[in-house]
Ligand binder design. Structure first.
Ligand code: G1P
Length: 275
């Protein structure tokens, strides 16, 4: 039985790159073919043995709560029709997971969102998924690979991926020693450095496993890049004690926070489904 029982989903962001689509709809409800990004994220957590889904939401995000609830009207309307199977996966999630929500009233960064989510987590290690990093893997889901690694290392873990050098300013960038294949002991990390200041081209992707001491550290970390509380800065404190692993996951990530990445994800997934 895994030690990781809860996953935090920071979903308060506005998704302004997708306006007008996201004017009245959360960006996490954008579909990859017919399934919303947030459902893929929750399914990935489930595949890692997690059943406690904790959301840090914000204004205009109610559709997310409704998505993980029964719609009696809809259920009644499609009962007995061949459309029933289209909701089978959603029903399976609702029946097997618990959902909790809290609101981030002000947007003060990813670190702040995670700090706000602390009251849904408690004193245990937990996972974080950023739904707009849509990850596909052949057999084991990316988070599942990380949960297995946590059983061995028992410290915070971030998913990493090599990115083109001129894109380092879009990510948290790590520096570390590769101590097993694809497993880096992180010594330094910087949030969105310019190419010339980046310690490597290994970028953090939106999958984290965090140990609960992170909340105390968050509390004591000053705002960083863009005046926001950065999880990267907080993890640096743990990294300086040798307590953060960077993991080059098996699988592929699509940056669905950008229109190009989102369209690529749809084309890829549609082709997979058609085959
Ligand atoms: C956040 C993190 C960044 C990480 C990225 C992954 O940035 O701050 O370190 O590399 O997610 O998607 P954001 O994309 O929210 O600006």
């Amino acid at each position: 039985m895994s030690l990781i029982k809860k996953c935090l989903f920071p979903v308060a962001g506005y998704g302004t790159r997708f306006l007008p689509a996201t004017k009245a709809m959360p960006k996490e409800m954008l579909p990859i073919v017919t399934k919303p990004l947030i459902q893929y994220a929750v399914e990935e957590a489930m595949a890692a043995g997690i059943t406690g889904m904790a959301f840090v939401t914000g204004r205009g995000k109610r559709a997310l709560e409704d998505h993980f609830d029964i719609s009696y009207e809809l259920k009644h309307q499609i009962a007995g029709s061949d459309k029933e199977k289209l909701l089978a996966e959603t029903r399976n999630i609702i029946e097997n997971c618990t959902f909790s929500y809290t609101r981030q009233v002000e947007m003060k960064g990813l670190g702040h969102a995670i700090e706000v989510g602390g009251n849904l987590i408690g004193d245990e290690p937990f996972a974080v998924i950023l739904a707009d990093d849509y990850c596909v893997a052949e057999d084991d889901s990316v988070l599942s690979q990380m949960v297995k690694l946590f059983d061995k290392y028992q410290c915070s873990i971030v998913a990493i991926e090599a990115v083109p050098q001129d894109e380092t300013d879009r990510y948290g960038i790590i520096e570390g020693e590769e101590e097993a294949e694809g497993v880096f002991r992180i010594s330094n990390m910087v949030e969105k450095p310019a190419a010339e200041d980046a310690p490597s081209n290994l970028a953090i992707v939106g999958r984290y496993i965090l140990t609960p001491d992170i909340f105390e550290i968050l509390h004591n970390t000053p705002p960083g890049k863009n005046g926001e509380l950065q999880i990267t800065d907080t993890l640096l404190t743990q990294a300086q004690q040798g307590q953060v692993i960077g993991y080059k996951f098996h699988g592929r990530r699509f940056d669905c926070g950008s229109v190009d990445g989102y369209i690529e994800a749809i084309n890829y997934t549609y082709a997979q489904q058609r085959d």
